[in-house]
Design a protein around this ligand. Sequence first.
Ligand SMILES: [Zn+2]
Length: 291
Amino acid sequence: MLTFSIGDMTVTEICDIRSFDIPLTNIFPQSDYQKLQSHLHWLEPNLLRDGNVRLAVRSWLLKRNGRNILVDACVGNHKQRPARSDWHERNDTSWTEALADAGLQPEDIHIVFCTHLHADHVGWNTKLENGQWVPTFPNARYITGQSEYAHWEAEMAASDGPVGHGCFQDSVLPVMELGQMDLVTDGFQLADGLVLKLSAGHTPGHMSIYASCEGYTGVFCGDTLHSPIQMVQPGWSSAFCSDPLLARQTRITLLEDLCDTSRILIPMHFGNTGRCHVTRHKDVFMPVFLD
Ligand SMILES: [Zn+2]
């Protein structure tokens, strides 16, 4: 289990899918494998393998001042995701076991923050109980961006079929309908030292956390980056970005902000655990991994 500190805050990885592979051109439509040649020595095999990008799906558990905060809720169990076989009707206990290994039960979570409302970030928000989707974390406030929620609500209203693999219906609405969800805007303070920043592009209301504790800062960047490949090629937005150009701009702004500082980048999807500093080498951004 990966655990590290940002000042007096403890951060623990809660992994849902340890690794999966997706062809480079599928995830990054603008990509060109040749442009990665000079980086293969550090990308392969843990981040890139046989032309496939290796990714993970994880949450981060933040513990500070007696508060337990979950950042993103992965894929979850029992969800109907027929278009994604690896997400469909899962029955995997490793995520809840990892939470238990961190000393917590779902009842102990105070805040669930979703950087955005994609199906691999909201799944554990709810669980199936007697045929109904109910909040997995009965004592938590669930928090996400107001513009993010509004986007998916409008998408759903405009569509006859499931939107976003149906995750808004089964993993977001049941929480909202019980009054457990709060919609927030840029600058909202999730807890002491944890400030949310709108980082739109991947989705319209995507938000990141800037966590500053005792002089140390970590940025939970959500899907602003999927892979460190996007440090050397920050122009390669993912196929899942709603506005690829804005996603590119947001990514470059973030990398510039972190570059050659003590601030740590904390990703959700990197195929290794991925916590890193950002530096610049020969005109490209480069990660300096901390594990
Ligand atoms: Zn996403």
